[in-house]
Design a protein around this ligand. Structure first.
Ligand code: GTP
Ligand code: MG
Length: 194
């Protein structure tokens, strides 16, 4: 795939606005500020395809990006405490509506910050994906922020904290060093060829 050819397609603020599924979809989910938009920009080798912000809660809509016959779906980040309750409920409705739908979701990349234990929301998300039998891959973001020993300690801790860890595909990722970029592209390429 020519990753740098991806284009923004549309943004939706409620699940009911999303048109019927017309092509395969690959989604990105994770806590607010975990690095979803940054990762999308790295994968597609673009500076501002997805908006990145130091302020959490930036992506408040479901954003669709298109490349060839695939839609890439940036889900709103969950778990951001400082957002009003009504806004949180709207986001939860969006995420659940999307994941519960009959859409052709081929894979969800679930992003978790490598520096910290998974949050309760992260663990709920994993349970949900396992229950719903939705295929997912875990991406551990901000890998550049950990030194070797700390990273090793986190990886050992994740194996205890994340259920089924040894059975999951887990990709350490960094937008700074490009670690993991090719691995993610490879997974996308294989799915797109199916
Ligand atoms: P929401 O849209 O709020 O859900 O956040 P998001 O998950 O899209 O996060 P975003 O990509 O906006 O990144 C949040 C912050 O983390 C920004 O300041 C990024 O520059 C930073 N960041 C993201 N990925 C990395 C990484 O791999 N390494 C480092 N050092 N910083 C990162
Ligand atoms: Mg974002």
């Amino acid at each position: 795939m020519q990753f740098n050819k991806a284009e923004f397609a549309a943004a939706y603020g409620s699940f009911s606005q999303i048109p019927a599924c017309s092509r395969m979809e690959i989604a990105f989910a994770g806590r607010s500020n975990v690095g979803k938009s940054t990762l999308i920009n790295k994968i597609f080798n673009r500076k501002n395809l997805a908006r990145v912000s130091a302020v959490p809660g930036k992506t408040a809509t479901i954003n669709f990006y298109q490349l060839e016959h695939v839609y890439f779906v940036d889900l709103p980040g969950y778990g951001y405490a400082k957002v009003a309750k009504s806004e949180k409920e709207r986001w939860a409705g969006l995420i659940e509506g999307y994941l519960n739908s009959e859409r052709d979701i081929r894979l969800i990349f679930l992003l978790i910050d490598m520096r910290h234990a998974p949050s309760a929301d992260d663990l709920h998300m994993i349970d949900y994906l396992v229950e719903a039998e939705l295929p997912f891959v875990v991406i551990l973001t901000k890998a550049d922020k950990l030194k070797k020993m700390a990273r090793q300690a986190r990886m050992e801790a994740f194996a205890q904290e994340i259920p089924y860890f040894s059975e999951l595909t887990v990709i350490p990722f960094s937008s700074q060093t490009f670690e993991g970029v090719e691995q993610v592209r490879q997974i996308i390429t294989e799915l797109a060829e199916e």
